[in-house]
Write a protein that binds this ligand. Structure first.
Ligand SMILES: Nc1ncnc2c1ncn2[C@@H]1O[C@H](COP(=O)(O)OP(=O)(O)OP(=O)(O)O)[C@@H](O)[C@H]1O
Length: 237
């Protein structure tokens, strides 16, 4: 579904990503691990097409077609969506009105309940939500938007342990399900704590460091390696 080859990216004239190669197949869920400032969010922002992220070399293909010249809106229409780390508040737009505008009112109640957000559907999006509530709402929002490629920027940071479980299970269930047109999805998740790995059943993990993909491997083994040896390439690799 997603093919990234030899990707180099600049932000504000500074190179932030170097020679990234990554392939994400239909139904797959991958995680990105790496120290602060290693380029994880920049990679997601470049895939999504946020302004300021300039591809200087290489390419990103979605379903075989290059994304480089497509706007954020065009990429959203193709089926690329992101659960943001720090989304804006949207006063005047209630959660239920947002779901209705997306034609997703029928699934709002059950999906809100799964993320412990039933009491939030009449509230305005993100207005007065706590940090953890925003994270849960971002997952629900993404599901209502129904993208095929789901990008999650640190979905569990600032979230209590019980709700990490709810978020992780929702990510797994959503990513493994087909979209409303019956097409398979895929997901890419940034995680620092690794807690989410207990729930999402990721297929593959990648270590990013200094804007490069340092190593890829089996998620739980790679996370254990990072816990004892830091963000390094495992010796046997
Ligand atoms: N708009 C920008 N202007 C200037 N520098 C930027 C911009 N966006 C990202 N960078 C720089 O690019 C580098 C990578 O940042 P990025 O946010 O992608 O890292 P990250 O791995 O997601 O970090 P964290 O784990 O702390 O969220 C950092 O050095 C950051 O300062």
């Amino acid at each position: 579904m997603l093919e990234i080859s030899d990707l180099c990216v600049e932000v504000a004239g500074q190179p932030v990503l170097h020679d990234i190669n990554l392939s994400l197949g239909e139904g797959e869920l991958h995680v990105l691990l790496g120290p602060n400032g290693s380029g994880k969010s920049s990679l997601l922002a470049t895939i999504l097409g946020l302004p300021g992220y300039r591809i200087t070399r290489g390419e990103i293909r979605f379903d075989g077609a290059p994304l480089r010249d497509l706007s954020l809106q065009e990429r959203a229409e193709l089926g690329i969506g992101m659960a943001f780390q720090r989304p804006p508040s949207m006063g005047g737009v209630s959660v239920s009105a947002f779901a209705a505008a997306l034609g997703a009112s029928d699934i709002l109640e059950s999906e809100a309940a799964a993320l412990d957000l039933s009491d939030f559907v009449t509230r305005d999006m993100n207005v007065g939500f706590s940090g953890g509530e925003i994270k849960r709402w971002e997952i629900l929002k993404l599901f209502l938007q129904d993208p095929r490629l789901m990008l999650f920027d640190e979905p569990e940071s600032g979230v209590d342990l019980e709700h990490v479980s709810a978020i992780g299970q929702a990510i797994r269930r959503i990513t493994r399900s087909n979209d409303r047109k019956g097409r398979p999805r895929a997901g890419l998740v940034i995680t620092h704590t690794g807690l989410i790995l207990n729930y999402v059943e990721a297929d593959r993990a990648h270590i990013m460091k200094g804007g490069r993909l340092l190593h890829s491997g089996e998620p739980e083994a790679l996370f254990r390696h990072i816990q004892s040896h830091g963000y390094t390439v495992p010796a046997a690799a």
